[in-house]
Design a protein around this ligand. Structure first.
Ligand code: HEC
Length: 112
């Protein structure tokens, strides 16, 4: 009797562990992002950045210790704030490209 209970407990435990594992692989798999990243976009982002974004600060602000940006959306928001200071505002697509470039080169956040 006891032996049977022990075995069924073991089976139950293995079953639960099995479920957990499945759950884990699903969660730890990189989340598929809706944002498409290509080398062409990164290059475009760099070109736009180097042309428009280094009049007030150089790239050292992206690596400063006291930076307040914690994820990709905050980075995008900051790029929009900075863009608002440009005399010739960027198109939304260009803002996305600059953000991808900065993220790939400096911040390395997961894409939303
Ligand atoms: C008119 C001046 C000005 C221009 C032009 C400008 N920025 Fe900024 N940027 C700032 C200032 C000032 C800060 C610092 C804000 C702070 O202290 O939080 C900043 C901070 C940032 C940060 C945050 C750095 C960090 O991690 O703390 C990013 C990212 C950034 N700028 C991107 C850009 C991009 C991209 C462009 C071009 C589209 C751009 N900036 C153009 C003034 C400017």
């Amino acid at each position: 009797m006891e032996r049977v209970n022990y075995i069924s407990l073991l089976v139950l435990a293995l079953w639960l562990v099995g479920c957990d594992n499945k759950e884990d692989t699903r969660v730890s798999r990189p989340t598929s992002s809706t944002i498409e990243v290509s080398d062409a976009q990164i290059q475009a982002g760099k070109a736009i950045h180097d042309k428009n974004c280094i009049s007030c600060h150089d790239s050292s602000v992206y690596t400063r210790l006291e930076r307040r940006i914690n994820n990709y959306s905050e980075l995008l928001a900051q790029v929009r704030r900075c863009d608002a200071n440009l005399s010739a505002r960027l198109f939304d697509e260009e803002i996305q490209q600059v953000t991808l470039y900065l993220n790939q080169t400096y911040y390395q956040f997961d894409l939303p």
